[in-house]
Write a protein that binds this ligand. Sequence first.
Ligand SMILES: [Zn+2]
Length: 375
Amino acid sequence: MLLIKNGRVIDPASKTDAAMDVLLDGELVKELGAPGKFAALKDAEIFDAVGMIVAPGFIDLHVHLREPGQESSETIETGTKSAARGGFTAVCCMPNTKPVHDNASITRFIVDKARMVGATRVWPIGAASQHSEDVSLAAGAVMREGVTSTRLGLRGMPAAAESVCVARDVQLAQLTRGRLHVAHLSAKGSLEQVRAAKAQGLRVTCEVTPHHFTLIDEDVRYDSRFKMNPPLAAREDREALIAGLADGAVDVIATDHAPHEPALKDVEFDRAPFGILGFETAIALTLEQLVQTRKISLARMVELFTTGPARVLGMERKVAAGQPADVTIFSTTHEWTYNVNDSPSKSRNSPFDGRTFKGAPMATIVAGRIKYRRQ
Ligand SMILES: [Zn+2]
């Protein structure tokens, strides 16, 4: 048994925000109780969470683990180790592997491999989904179109490259009464489409990445660590995303963790692949950009990483008796500096390398086992 004591439990599913001790037994949560309730237990391993937040296990709805096919950039083992270090207990890996994940034998491979070497749960996504990007508007572009793209001499794509696709997909969701989840939404116009769809009662959800609510196109330097897709957007897009994260128009924070080994990424901006690492800075960036600025509450933050993605997947996520013992423990005060060279990831492509944060993942518990613990 594992006893997490002295923590502040925040669980949006049960509307809990209270000092409680949590007792885990094997792969399940056994019981929650007032601080000290389980003091008489002699044989339980103890995690002292004093001063920390204890939350349901964080889910990352959008990640790239690169296996099979691009194991020099990441593997299921190294990617999930990095995820656990970022506070995630489950990740949904995208199908753009080599070969593409579009059949059951690859699903089986990923699931088996994750069971053997994964530090987190891995829920693979099959190739039926598509990318919200208009090919003709985005052709050859490497960043968002604007003053900065002109100054850097880089080809830009307009915000409409994303929003026209979201508009089309929303209309198709309306036509088919189907479900639509918009991945890595970055433009104000796209969010307006999602808002309108939700107001009509359509089953439309969306996710936003930490880099899109932290950085903007003006931050882009001639450095491929600032190259991702969708590209960093304009200031007014970021403001709209933050408003949506606060008021519920955005359902999920997902990292779009996209590792590329140095040999691929350390080239001219135009030639580098799109994408940046995401796991290990997600909690800290959310605290820095959204919670410490009082744009959202801690409970809302936990929701965006737990019940939000769980709802998109059609599942529940909470810390309650009988539920899977997946728990994310984080601090809102721990000061640290992100050094990408400490990462278990095989790649180093983060624009946040060297950044100092207040707040960090402290422990990640998957099926009752501590998979990461900050030293
Ligand atoms: Zn992606």
